[in-house]
Design a protein around this ligand. Structure first.
Ligand SMILES: *Cc1c(COP(=O)(O)O)cnc(C)c1O
Length: 301
C-alpha cells in the first residue's frame, strides 16, 4: 500500500527575472510533488471522504468525471492505495477505456469505467440518481464530481498548514472553488486569497464558494476569470509558450488546464502593478500535470 503524500510539499522561490522584481517576492507551494498520479489539491480534497468510506465499511468508491479529469484519476489511484474498488461514471459515449491517457491511467488503477450519456451525467447531483447507482453497484460510497462538498472543503483546510503567515497574497486556481474555501477558512484575514478560474465567465462559482464560508470570510477573497484562453481545457500557442518559458526560468512544470493560466494571469497583474511593491506572493501549484498529455509534443518538459 502506498502512502500519500509520497513526498511532502515544499516552497520554491521563483526566479526574480520572471516577475521583474515588481514585487518583493513570489514563491510557489509545490503540491504537485506529493504523488505522481494523486497530485496537488486532489488528495487533500479526497482524504476525509476516503476516511468516511472506511468508517462506513464501504468497499467501492464511485465518482464522476470527464475523459481528462484530474479528479477521476486521482480518485482511482487513491482508492486503489486505500484498498477500495472504484467506479468512474464518465461523461459521454464518444470515449472508451483507452481513448485518453487519463482514462487509461484510471483503468490501470483498477477503476471500472461506466460511460453514460450527457443527459444521464447531468443527473450527477440528484439523490434519486445516487439511489439508482447504489442499487446497481452495491456497497458504494459516492464522492461528488471534483471532490466538492463539505468534506472536500475541510480536507482542503489542511493545505493551509503549508502556508506561512508572512505572505500577503495566496494565489490558487479554482475550478469548483472547494480548495479555495478550505484555505480561506483557515488563513487569517490579513492574507488575501486570489482565485484564478480557467472557465469563461468563471466568476459564477462565487455563489458555490460562499456557501462554505462564514460571513466574515465571504469578502476575504477575489476571483479572476480573464485568463481562460478560450475556455476550460482550451489552450493557445501563447499559453503553451508561457509554459515553456516558465519552465526554463523556474524549472517548474505547469499544467495546461489550471496552473499555467493562473501563472499567466499573475504575471500580467504583477507587471501591470496590480500587486503592491511590498507584496509577498505565494502561488499554489495544485498539480494536474497528467492533463498535459494532449500537448506533450509542444512542451519542453
Ligand atoms: C481540480 C483542480 C483545481 C481546482 O480545484 P477546486 O477545488 O475544484 O477549485 C485546480 N488545479 C488543479 C491542477 C486541479 O486539478
Amino acid at each position: 500500500m502506498v502512502t500519500i503524500p509520497e513526498q511532502e510539499p515544499y516552497i520554491q522561490a521563483l526566479n526574480p527575472e520572471w516577475y521583474q522584481q515588481k514585487v518583493s517576492q513570489v514563491d510557489m507551494l509545490r503540491l504537485d510533488v506529493i504523488h505522481p498520479v494523486v497530485s496537488g489539491n486532489k488528495w487533500y480534497k479526497l482524504r476525509y471522504y476516503l476516511q468516511t468510506a472506511k468508517n462506513q465499511n464501504a468497499r467501492t468508491i464511485l465518482t464522476f468525471g470527464g475523459a481528462y479529469s484530474n479528479h477521476l484519476v486521482a480518485t482511482a489511484a487513491a482508492a486503489n492505495n486505500y484498498g477500495f474498488q472504484s467506479i468512474g461514471i464518465v461523461r459521454g459515449f464518444h470515449a472508451n477505456e483507452t481513448s485518453t491517457s487519463t482514462l487509461r491511467d484510471c483503468r490501470d488503477c483498477g477503476m471500472q469505467l461506466v460511460f453514460v450519456s450527457r443527459e444521464e451525467y447531468e443527473r450527477k447531483y440528484d439523490a434519486s440518481y445516487h439511489q439508482h447507482l447504489k442499487e446497481v453497484f452495491p456497497e458504494v460510497y459516492i464522492i461528488a464530481e471534483g471532490g466538492a462538498g463539505e468534506q472536500g472543503v475541510s480536507g482542503s483546510e489542511t493545505i493551509a498548514a503549508y502556508v506561512p503567515r508572512d505572505y500577503t497574497h495566496v494565489c490558487l486556481s479554482a475550478g469548483t472553488g472547494t480548495t479555495l474555501c478550505g484555505i480561506r477558512r483557515v488563513l487569517p484575514d490579513n492574507q488575501q486569497v486570489y482565485g484564478y478560474v480557467p472557465m469563461k465567465g468563471g466568476k459564477y462559482i462565487e455563489d458555490e464558494i460562499d456557501k462554505y464560508l462564514f460571513d466574515e470570510k465571504k469578502t476575504g477573497y477575489s476571483l479572476f476569470d480573464d485568463w481562460h484562453f478560450g475556455g476550460f481545457g482550451k489552450s493557445t500557442i501563447e499559453l503553451i509558450t508561457s509554459m515553456n518559458d516558465f519552465y526554463t526560468m523556474n524549472n517548474i512544470p505547469l499544467d495546461m488546464v489550471y496552473t499555467a493560466k493562473m501563472m499567466f494571469g499573475i504575471r500580467e497583474q504583477i507587471l501591470s502593478g496590480y500587486f503592491p511593491e511590498q507584496a509577498k506572493v505565494l502561488c499554489i501549484h495544485t498539480g494536474g500535470l497528467q492533463g498535459n498529455s494532449t500537448i506533450k509534443d509542444k512542451l519542453i518538459y
